[in-house]
Ligand binder design. Structure first.
Ligand code: TRP
Length: 453
């Protein structure tokens, strides 16, 4: 078999990992989950979850990935051969594929919105018309299936090129550009009349709206946003060179991801209020609000409005792609290394599976609407299953594996590069304590709390 690939250097590692982390989770999911759970109170819990729970899981996944230099299944076979841990390996092959299926449907929506902004279709949009358009589009039969196919096709195309030429190159160029764009949108959004109430909403915590459900949603969102619990980060870490600093890369990625979510929240919420929409609108929030901002913008200068909307939907699309490639890579790495498939065959197999499931998800918002699982459409069921159960479960098991199953000396070796990084050596006891106790206990409590209250 060909030698395993590596990421080029620190910048490449952080950009690829931040590429995986920054995505629809930040721009599409974060604002509406925030809106549904009371704004500022949610924000506080979210930031805490990022550092106390998500970061330790992130470190755990990178330790397992780089130590084993294998796909998620192979990692468990190498580090804990012949034990039931192999089930964790298997679980983390399947869950990213489930996520990719519905993620690609939403990615497809951004393809449609990008195409629409290219044809200047948002010219006469008002919030009501935007809502109508969105609802009609996602519940229709053919178009969203087509855009899902396009999105998944581009994802497969990048993954086919491999780790360095595909994933690394793509993320390295697009992530910095995304930051510039989101800041521009934020500035514009804050200048809209009526945006002040949106800012206030984000700054005044109302804990009564949060509850146990809200806390678990904040944790689920933190895991989703940092791509945790399903082996994506583990797989990327398996391509990180031995001399790279894992803790710094993890911190860098977490800061990028959190920063981007906050920027997106502050870009979207004020615009939501300015448009007179309700913050708890749900998954359609971003797709209804943004066309409105762009049209408003267009009223003073049509070219500017059109240009910004093209760039904006292009960036949502690109952000989604840097994430979808990371989900696909998990399954591809598994098939190539464990089942000895060619990269092309493996990519096609994964694409076929996620495409079919994605089609079901898309249709479940329209013609297949009556088929309900636990009262939810297939699309919502998959999102709930993954974000609220599979991700936290995977995260919990990864921290238990590193904290309790692996030898402390091995964990030390990975985190401090055998004692050669002074800062990592100094903070090792804190990191190890977070991995061993704080993260697992925290996840467990939050896991069971909706059942208790
Ligand atoms: N983190 C990405 C986002 O915010 C999505 C993502 C990529 C993901 N890989 C993942 C989510 C693995 C959960 C698990 O859009």
């Amino acid at each position: 078999m060909a030698a395993r690939e590596h990421f080029g250097g620190r910048v490449a590692v952080v950009m690829a990992m931040a590429g995986s982390a920054i995505g629809l989770g930040n721009i599409w999911r974060f604002p509406y989950v925030l809106g549904q759970n009371g704004g500022a109170a949610f924000l506080l819990v979210y930031v805490l979850s990022c550092f106390l729970l998500a970061l330790p899981i992130f470190c755990s996944e990178t330790v397992i990935g780089r130590r084993s230099r294998a796909n998620t299944f192979g990692a468990m076979e190498k580090l804990a051969p012949g034990t039931p841990w192999k089930w964790l390996g298997l679980l983390t092959i399947i869950s990213p594929l489930l996520i990719l299926s519905y993620y690609s449907v939403v990615g497809g929506w951004s393809v449609e919105y990008f195409a629409k902004s290219l044809s200047f279709d948002f010219d006469s949009v008002n919030p009501l018309a935007a809502e109508g358009f969105f609802d009609r589009f996602i519940s229709s039969t053919w178009k969203p299936v087509l855009t899902h196919t396009v999105f998944l096709g581009i994802t497969a195309g990048i993954v086919l090129f491999g780790v360095k030429k595909g994933i690394e190159r793509f993320s390295k160029w697009t992530i910095p550009a995304l930051f510039v764009l989101i800041v521009a949108i934020l500035v514009y959004s804050l200048s809209l009349p009526g945006s002040g109430s949106g800012v206030e909403y984000l700054f005044h915590p109302d804990f009564s709206k949060l509850g146990a459900q809200g806390v678990s949603a904040a944790m689920g969102q933190a895991f989703f946003s940092m791509s945790l619990g399903v082996g994506t980060i583990l797989t990327y870490a398996s391509y990180v060179k031995k001399e790279e600093d894992l803790v710094k890369s993890g911190f860098g990625t977490a800061l990028f991801d959190l920063g981007f979510a906050l920027l997106a929240g502050f870009a979207v919420m004020p615009a939501v209020f300015a448009a007179g929409l309700a913050p708890q609108e749900g998954p359609s929030l971003v797709f209804q609000t943004l066309p409105f901002i762009f049209t408003k913008m267009g009223s003073s200068s049509p070219w500017l409005g059109a240009l910004v909307s093209i760039i904006f939907f292009l960036s949502i699309l690109v952000a989604a792609l840097t994430s979808s490639i990371s989900m696909m890579e998990v399954g591809v790495a598994y098939l190539v290394e464990e089942k000895k498939m060619k990269r092309t065959t493996a990519t096609l197999a994964i694409t076929a599976f996620t495409w079919a499931l994605g089609v079901l998800c898309s249709l479940s918002l329209g013609v297949l609407g009556e088929y309900r699982i636990l009262g939810l459409s297939i699309f919502d069921f998959l999102d709930r299953l993954c974000s609220n159960w599979l991700l936290p479960a995977g995260g919990l098991l990864f921290t238990l594996f590193v904290g309790w199953k692996m030898k402390k000396a091995d964990v030390w070796d990975e985190i401090t590069n055998s004692g050669t990084i002074p800062l990592a050596c100094k903070f090792f006891p804190v990191i190890y304590f977070l991995i061993r106790f704080v993260a697992p206990v925290g996840i467990f409590i939050v896991f069971i709390s909706p059942l208790l209250f």
